[in-house]
Design a protein around this ligand. Sequence first.
Ligand code: SAM
Length: 264
Amino acid sequence: MAEHQFEDDAVLTVVGTGIKLVSHLTTEAREAIEKADVLLHATQTPGMPQWLRSLNSAEFDLTSFYAPGRDRWVTYRMMADRALEELGRGQRVCAAFYGHPAVYVTPGVEMVRRARENGYTARMLPGVSAEDCLFADLGVDPGVAGWQSYDATPFLVYRPRFDTSAGLVLWQLDALGHRDYQPRHERSNYEVLARVLAEHYGPDHEVVAYLAAQYPSVAPIAQPLPISALPLHPGMSTLYVPPLGPRVADREMLAELGLVGPGE
Ligand SMILES: C[S@@+](CC[C@H](N)C(=O)[O-])C[C@H]1O[C@@H](n2cnc3c(N)ncnc32)[C@H](O)[C@@H]1O
């Protein structure tokens, strides 16, 4: 990363707007938005595009590339293409994505990668992700039991080996099992998810359907429910699965690390 140390002159800055309208935007991200020749943005909170427009009127809403039935990966490529086109015109570009711009944001990461590949100075500024809000709202410290984070669809498709004694968060429940853009909550595959989770945790294990607040003064939604009730849920975006049972320490490792004495 040494060659990217001095990035104040970046011609591409990718920023996160956070989840909560206005209040999550960092000072450095706001400055990048305001100073850009062109502001590209893709957010989902109603009111966010209008507010971004008020910060920089030379803007383009990248969500206009979404189209029913269009593969999400095609849309993401179109978004990155647009940033590269603007850079090619000599514009200083800021691209704003909601939450953290690298967290489940393929075009954010792609823009930086492709810009650097083409010789432009590019940087990314972090933002507050939905997961950051979850830690705060549910009082979960990922360091206590460990943490696993997956997009729900690859979680089902690739069946990764995961640890039920660590926390698990599943993202993008609103597009579960779909490659194309779903402009609504997609719950037709919740039954499959419930079956897979029940294989590991049992049907009675309590999970939390989570929605971080998108506006100041609005409370987050954290609905506890047993895994068996997932197919009945009207639609959610993020699911938190708390650890199941205590972890068992490896006694030989404890001894090797000097954490227990002989015979302890
Ligand atoms: C394309 S990803 C974008 C994530 C975003 N960049 C971030 O840092 O949080 C969309 C997913 O983020 C999660 N998400 C977005 N907004 C959320 C909210 N208000 N509450 C809970 N999860 C949210 C959901 O899992 C949703 O399917």
